[in-house]
Design a protein around this ligand. Structure first.
Ligand SMILES: [Zn+2]
Length: 239
């Protein structure tokens, strides 16, 4: 009897397996979806308003993107894009597939010099190069398999809005922030920036923060990030 039950469960699994993973996107699907969302974000903002600032960001981003293309071969064929906005509610980000948006307001608020701006961009580029969105979806489906029954679009919304799921993903997000800091610093260093100067970004971020010592479940504190960057920089300078 038990054997029949096992067999029929297996048959059922075979039948439902393709549907059960409706929400599990491939990396290509994540990249395609990011391109759509990025186009929407650009359409609803004034972009590249300050030609000088945009040229400055692109000059630095181009060097980092060239390095990423060498270090992460699957990013070589991406349609990388770099745009700027004056939107004070944006900081900087790089969506899957290399879609970068940088806020002039954020860079000015922190008074970032070119080395520090390189660190900011390198951190964001690493989120994309390391496929962090795709890994986040994988983690969500592993931690809360009920999401396998839902669509990718529902899952995409949930990772940023469903508090229960977000709590489960906090450790994943925390680790991704640490990885983007560490690997971003190394990426920019390989591209030619002095490690010590790159780490200066984290000092400015810490000084601009209202609560520099406050870590969240999904985010290391600015103080921790500054200490970690100093350790990575010291290590690189020995090489
Ligand atoms: Zn980040």
């Amino acid at each position: 009897m038990a054997r029949i039950t096992t067999l029929s469960r297996f048959a059922l699994w075979l039948l439902l397996a393709p549907l059960a993973h409706a929400a599990a996107p491939t990396q290509d699907e994540v990249v395609a979806r990011a391109a759509v969302l990025y186009a929407d974000r650009l359409a609803e903002r004034i972009i590249d308003h300050d030609a000088y600032f945009t040229a400055r960001v692109r000059r630095i981003a181009d060097v980092l993107i060239a390095q990423a293309r060498r270090d992460y071969p699957d990013t070589a064929n991406w349609a990388w894009e770099v745009h700027t906005t004056d939107d004070p509610d944006q900081n900087a980000d790089c969506m899957a597939g290399g879609k970068i948006l940088v806020s002039k307001a954020y860079v000015e608020r922190l008074l970032l010099n070119d080395d520090e701006l390189a660190m900011l961009l390198a951190h964001e580029i690493e989120h994309a190069a390391l496929h962090h969105n795709w890994h986040e979806y994988q983690a969500a489906l592993r931690l809360d398999p009920a999401w396998e029954q839902r669509s990718f679009l529902e899952l995409e919304h949930a990772v940023d809005h469903d508090r229960t799921l977000m709590a489960k993903l906090a450790a994943t997000n925390y680790a991704q922030e640490e990885a983007a800091d560490r690997e971003g610093l190394k990426l920019a260093w390989r591209a030619g920036w002095p490690a010590e100067r790159l780490s200066g970004y984290f000092r400015k971020m810490m000084r601009a923060s209202d609560s520099p010592r406050l870590s969240k479940a999904d985010y290391p504190s600015p103080t921790q990030r500054w200490r970690a960057a100093q350790a990575v920089a010291a290590d690189l300078q020995k090489k």
